[in-house]
Design a protein around this ligand. Structure first.
Ligand code: CA
Ligand code: CA
Length: 219
């Protein structure tokens, strides 16, 4: 029996002679064909005896049968594997070169405090607390207490002089240094009874009657 007969024609998406090469074995045989489906690729070999055996791809990266260096990452490929340069932390591989990651480009990539400026550096990044704040950049605390200087509190907050902390006013949430409007309309328990439409406002909300536009409702 030779490869290329109709044994796999029904499921064949691509069909080409190929060489299977891994450190474990190397098969180069004109009767070796790869057949790929969208699920997996397997290789069928017409053996000397005429019977068929199927050889599934070996994941050399998982079995450890690869020869990648310690500064390389093993990536499995169908029928083989490849060694890809491993970049140091803070770098990523772009066009075969390890390039600096700009951690400041996304807040998911750095751990700077919201009160700190993120400064990208080659191979890393730095965080610098804003003026009026002290800390390592990952945690920034106001330099002066609000008891001494209530101006450090957000304009929607007031200083609790007993605790010496800034408290956001009703309708706002935050750490007191920065306060944001609460969107009451997003609350699980709908704030407007019946069919009333909830309209979020800065520092509060209103319930509008059916068919009422925003401007009329706010009046
Ligand atoms: Ca960087
Ligand atoms: Ca609100």
């Amino acid at each position: 029996m030779t490869a290329g007969n109709n044994m796999f024609d029904d499921c064949a998406v691509t069909k080409s002679p190929r060489t299977l090469s891994t450190p474990q074995h190397r098969i180069s045989d004109p009767r070796l064909w790869s057949i790929s489906t969208h699920l997996q690729l397997f290789v069928s070999i017409g053996t000397e005896s005429g019977s068929w055996t199927n050889a599934w791809d070996i994941n050399e990266c998982e079995t450890g049968a690869h020869n990648c260096e310690s500064n390389e990452i093993c990536e499995n490929t169908i029928g083989s594997f490849k060694c890809v340069t491993k970049c140091s932390p803070g770098y990523k591989l772009i066009d075969g070169k390890c390039e600096d990651v700009d951690e400041c480009s996304s807040k998911d990539l750095h751990k700077c405090d919201v009160r700190a400026e993120c400064i990208n550096t080659v191979g890393g990044y730095e965080c610098e607390c804003e003026e009026g704040f002290d800390g390592d950049g990952k945690n920034c605390q106001p330099k002066s207490s609000c008891r001494k200087n209530s101006a450090i509190c957000d304009r929607h907050a007031s200083c609790n002089i007993f605790l010496d902390i800034c408290d956001c006013k009703t309708g706002y949430t935050g750490d007191g240094i920065t306060c944001h409007d609460v969107n009451e309309c997003d609350a699980k328990d709908k704030p407007c009874p019946g069919e009333g439409r909830c309209l979020n406002l800065d520092g509060g909300y209103v319930c509008c009657k059916d068919g009422q536009d925003d401007a009329t409702c706010i009046k």
